[in-house]
Design a binder for this molecule. Structure first.
Ligand code: ADP
Ligand code: MG
Length: 331
């Protein structure tokens, strides 16, 4: 059963601007972790705030656990929504200790030791007496998270939960965050502009652009079968090859100039071939324009007569100036 249903949500702040959120619709099932991905200004924060009741949609319907939160005649106040929103800056009270931050306004929350348990799970038990400025960014994030989880929200909303963290901390914090969400079986909608976060954390990804949803799917689907060039590029380097050169390809979409169809083939999906390719799998021959050592592999740019192709080549491959490549699998 769907836990959250969004139906045709739209919101325009300024009538002179395009809508911040336009006709957005999707559902989340219980315990699902859904990543809302898009570049800055695509409407992610606005959508989270609408779900939390901090912003009012012009149109649309929000249903959480069978209860209408918002439609043309209903507006449930944020505090009655059973959603917790963790803001991008965590919004901890600077003059309250960690414990006071977590327990604030939650008289009954520790009745059965839930707060103690959550703090233990988040590994912040020993920080209760400290102030926010006395703990690291990763710890602040966990304090905000425990505070949000204290009331057992039906839905947890996280706005860019990892964007304030140093890159070296991030990986660890990300896996701890995901572990806590799984252990507490919390249905979560998180916002990120970082596609790596979404690939790792999300059960399903919703890609937004200019207020619209472009694609919804499991991480591997969005990565391997993007619906358009924008989604293809958002998830990392790729080559958009004209579809007529890959006649067997199953997954094509309109090219950016609108003149034909293309297929997205990522740098790791090519291989150097020394013989004629098997069957009718197409091959491309060209001169290596640049070769960069990346440690585990080398990244080459191949100049073919029609276009350039970026590809990964194993470090131990012997290469001449001109090489022929083919795709590892049919597309
Ligand atoms: P994201 O979180 O994806 O970066 P936002 O939801 O913050 O995107 O913003 C979407 C669009 O709405 C942007 O064009 C932004 O400038 C505009 N916007 C956001 N908040 C407001 C506001 N309070 N008043 C007017 N325009 C806003
Ligand atoms: Mg935002």
């Amino acid at each position: 059963m769907n836990l959250l249903s969004l139906k045709n949500i739209s919101k325009t702040y300024d009538p002179n601007d395009p809508p911040a959120v336009s006709n957005v619709a999707f559902d989340c099932v219980q315990r699902e972790v859904v990543g809302l991905i898009g570049s800055s200004g695509s409407g992610k924060t606005t959508l989270l705030r609408i779900i939390a009741g901090l912003e009012i949609a012009d149109e649309g319907e929000i249903i959480l656990k069978g209860k209408v939160l918002n439609d043309s005649s209903t507006f449930i106040a944020p505090e009655k929504r059973d959603c917790s929103l963790v803001f991008q800056d965590y919004a901890l009270f600077p003059n309250k200790t960690v414990w006071q931050n977590i327990a604030f306004g939650k008289k009954a929350a520790n009745d059965n030791g839930r707060l103690d348990k959550l703090m233990e799970m988040a590994d912040i038990t020993d920080l209760g007496h400290r102030y926010p400025h006395e703990i690291s960014g990763g710890q602040q994030q966990r304090v905000a998270l425990v505070r949000a989880l204290a009331n057992k929200p039906t839905l947890l909303l996280l706005d860019e939960p990892l964007s304030h963290l140093d890159p070296e901390l991030k990986e660890n914090v990300r896996s701890e965050l995901l572990k806590l969400l799984r252990e507490t079986s919390t249905t979560t909608l998180f916002v990120s502009h970082d596609t790596e976060d979404a690939m790792i954390m999300a059960d399903r990804i919703v890609v937004m652009r200019n207020g619209n949803i472009e694609q919804i799917g499991a991480p591997n689907v969005v990565f391997n079968k993007p619906v358009n060039s924008h989604v293809a590029r958002l998830f990392g380097k790729t080559n958009l090859i004209p579809a007529e050169l890959l006649p067997t390809s199953m997954h094509k979409f309109p090219s950016e100039d609108g003149k034909g169809q293309v297929v997205s083939i990522r740098p790791h999906e090519w291989k150097v071939t020394h013989e004629a390719p098997i069957g009718d799998r197409p091959s491309f021959t060209g001169e290596i324009k640049s070769l960069i050592q990346k440690g585990a592999y080398q990244e080459a740019i191949l100049n073919t007569p029609q276009f350039e192709i970026t590809l990964q080549i194993p470090t131990n491959t012997e290469l001449s100036n001109n090489i022929t490549i083919t795709t590892k699998q049919d597309h």
